[in-house]
Design a protein around this ligand. Structure first.
Ligand code: LR7
Ligand code: MN
Length: 382
């Protein structure tokens, strides 16, 4: 936006930052593209260092070849974990080496655009309790074409299965702005790309280190920021591209377990909506959460009810009346239940009218009842 381009910054007054990039078995080209784009777009006075954290990758080119390559780059450090830590602990290990005032986390397949860093740092310099995300542009996984998100940015939300979702800015937020280049309040963050004051991140309890590999930490941090007195924002002048891969170079079995931890600590009675939609989550051994609950008390954080009313008031809260949701069992063959054929890659929604075959029939069948099968949960709405 022209307003962003014409904005001037007092470089010497902005906080400095350390950019932390954790990676596991990332491709050479995308990893290097991330590093070089940070180096080329970040003003030297602001960037203390880039900290790469290798989360025990086993690809050969990430060993000596990577070390040799980065030894020719200024201000790039490589840390290696001794065991596979998962993205949460890998990022935190990186953070312990940071010398900047602000921690800026990036995924390892990003491309920063010129001017991406200043707005994030300026905002945090102005308000230490702001956790600020760039607008995330899409880099095509097949062609590596960069699709700049030029319209009004989308903000983060979630559905009641606790899957992250994008949605448009609600009217009450737009009404609050004085200009198009103000930071936009967002109920949640996607998770990979954000800047936070190092001091404030520590005060807030960094991350839940009981979360393994992938998933859940983004909503956990989002709820915590808002409920404990901070704010989560997207700055429309900061743009960073991200490759959305068709499949990750690793398995991701921990989403439910991590998400159950987030729900148990932050969602109070509202966690039932999550469990009703994810019955297997009730069976997850999510481990010890007592420290996170103590943290919530110690910081005197607000309730999830407060969060819903004040931060995400446009989210529909389902009623989940007992007896009005669950399995739909056949009266003839009582071992059979109504089951819908979930379209690939569409984890959301259980609306009979939405799932149709190309011929227009609802795409549902009778199958053997399975209490843990999420495709057999129905809700009656009128
Ligand atoms: O065990 C692991 N160790 C790691 O170091 C697993 C992953 N990682 C690294 C990985 O190499 C990458 O740099 O952690 C980073 C994130 O992993 P991705 O890129 O496989 O995750 P993603 O982009 O598919 O997932 C999104 O949600 C995740 C939930 O745990 C994280 O919060 C990711 O950072 C997040 N990515 C983004 O927000 C980018 C925008 C995507 C959207 C929407
Ligand atoms: Mn990613």
């Amino acid at each position: 936006m022209p307003e962003c381009r014409s904005k001037a910054f007092h470089y010497r007054r902005l906080p400095t930052t350390s950019v932390i990039i954790a990676f596991y078995n990332e491709a050479w080209s995308t990893l290097l593209r991330t590093i070089h784009s940070v180096l080329e777009t970040s003003p030297a006075v602001l960037l203390k260092e880039i900290i790469l954290v290798d989360d025990l990758s086993d690809r050969v080119y990430l060993k000596a070849q990577l070390e040799t390559y980065i030894s020719n780059l200024e201000r790039v450090r490589l840390i290696r974990t001794n065991k596979r830590e998962g993205l949460v602990r890998a990022r935190l290990i990186g953070a312990t080496f940071a010398t900047g005032d602000v921690l800026t986390f990036l995924d390892c397949h990003c491309e920063c655009n010129s001017g991406w860093l200043e707005p994030l740092l300026e905002r945090i310099g102005e308000d230490e309790t702001a956790v600020v995300c760039p607008v995330i542009d899409t880099i095509d996984w097949n062609t590596f074409e960069f699709y700049m998100q030029t319209g009004e940015p989308m903000i983060g939300g979630f559905d009641w299965r606790l899957t992250f979702q994008w949605h448009s800015v609600p009217k009450h937020e737009r009404d609050r702005w004085k200009s198009r280049i103000e930071p936009i309040r967002s109920p949640t963050m996607a998770g990979g790309l954000f800047a936070v004051s190092k001091k404030y991140f520590e005060y807030l309890g960094t991350y839940d280190t009981g979360m393994e590999v992938w998933g859940g930490e983004n909503l956990e941090l989002s709820f915590r920021v808002w409920q404990c007195g901070g704010k989560l924002e997207i700055h429309p002048c900061s743009h960073v591209g991200h490759v959305f891969p068709k499949r990750a170079p690793y398995a991701r079995p921990n989403f439910l377990q991590n998400t159950a931890r987030a729900a148990e600590v932050w969602m109070d009675e509202y966690k039932e909506h999550f469990y009703n939609r994810n019955p297997p989550a009730r069976k997850e051994a999510y481990g010890d959460i007592s420290e996170r609950k103590l943290l919530r008390e110690r910081l005197k954080c607000k309730s999830f009810d407060w969060y819903l009313k004040n931060v995400f008031s446009n989210l529909h809260v389902p009623e989940d009346r007992p007896g009005w949701h669950g399995a739909v069992r056949s009266m003839g063959i009582s071992s059979e239940c109504l089951d819908y054929n979930a379209p690939d890659n569409n984890p959301t929604g259980l609306c009979l009218s939405a799932y149709r075959t190309p011929e227009g029939r609802p795409d549902v069948q009778m199958r053997t009842c399975d209490a843990l099968d999420k495709n057999q949960i129905w809700k009656f709405e009128n």
